[in-house]
Design a protein around this ligand. Sequence first.
Ligand SMILES: [Zn+2]
Ligand SMILES: [Zn+2]
Ligand SMILES: [Zn+2]
Ligand SMILES: [Zn+2]
Ligand SMILES: [Zn+2]
Length: 432
Amino acid sequence: MSLATVDDPTREELQLLATTETEEQATTLYDTIHNSLILSHIIPYLPVSSVVNLAAASRAFRALIRETPGAFRHLDLSHVKAVQFEIDKIDHGGEVWRNVQLDENVTEDDFYSGPLRGIFSTLGRQNILHNVQTLVLDGLSVTSELCHEIINDARFNVRVLSIREVKNLNHRKLCQTLQYACRPTRRAGSPSLKALYVFGPRDWNQRSQMALASSLQHQGDAWWHKKGRILPRSVSQEWADCMFTCQGIIAFDAVLCQGPRHRNSPAYKGGSDLDSARAVATHALLGCESCHEAPEGLTRLNSSAVANLPLLAPLPLFSSSLKAAVNPREPYSSFVPRCMDCIRERYCTGCDKWWCESCYVLPGQSLGGHFETQPRVSKSCWECGNNCDDCIGRTQRVCKKCCAGYCTTHNEGCSMNHCDWCVSRGRGLGRL
Ligand SMILES: [Zn+2]
Ligand SMILES: [Zn+2]
Ligand SMILES: [Zn+2]
Ligand SMILES: [Zn+2]
Ligand SMILES: [Zn+2]
């Protein structure tokens, strides 16, 4: 019964136990995991292949796994070899694809989603598919048609879906599917999907998930603790419109920018149509440097609807609830989600300070033009981008030898008093 007293058994320990063969030890393992509380805490750490192998070990194990509610609640297929879609394999007529390639009636969708469809139909036959509430398909070949089925087909009951860094996905069609699923005339209680991870990078492999979780404890969660750039790339207009339609129904691992120029902002006061289009926030900011607020208000944990908060990584292992996926760990602070266009001339990329629309009128935009605003941020180094005076004072220096300006961050090899060029040439610096 040693396993029951260990808080977090490693996967290796579990696998060792699972593969023991002697009668006595097998009984011990069965007794231990017969407790459904213990089993449900062990299973999310096991790769799906180990769970299936365990179920195949004996009739008793099979019954135990099949009858434990939630045994297949969290299904992570991203590491299953049989569904890894490698284009090289296809080019060389790999085994998995040989039959498919020979069939001329195969559609593009069959071709790209074939491996996953195969797994889903097997799971469906064994009455497992309907129990899957968290489905992780990160990095796999996932078509928009397959997503459409996962979201709309009654065979599925997926509440949390993760399709980060997937291949062969038509994002435009997926947006249409989501908008259809969230249409005002949808069936009551539909869609079952509550959370979609699609924008962020995939979590590390399962083995390092524990290490990742503990390192994130120090780093803090995106948006709530980590500030500055959160999404590495900007997101298309289609996604912004899709997220608006799904607002309050499906949560994403990103949120909309509510800067006052967007028509979905509570602070919107009208403007040109082009400027007022919706946009996905790429940055998380603290309150404005002057007023500690934002015209649209800050996103706060308890005052915002759960479905309007960003999903956090890594995915929760022990729950498929939306609350578990959006709840930040301590320490956290309220934040302002903004797109780059809303903060371009207001934000320092060096220290993440920004000045809001109420406190700072951009130079050239002052109404009436009685007063000249001093720019809060400016560009002294191309690579640093827009920086505030404090950051510029800290990084931009003038060489004491040649009087040229240089950046202590980006001119590699410079010293506090001399530019990289003078240092590399040694230009008599020894005598200075
Ligand atoms: Zn302000
Ligand atoms: Zn914006
Ligand atoms: Zn700064
Ligand atoms: Zn620089
Ligand atoms: Zn110099």
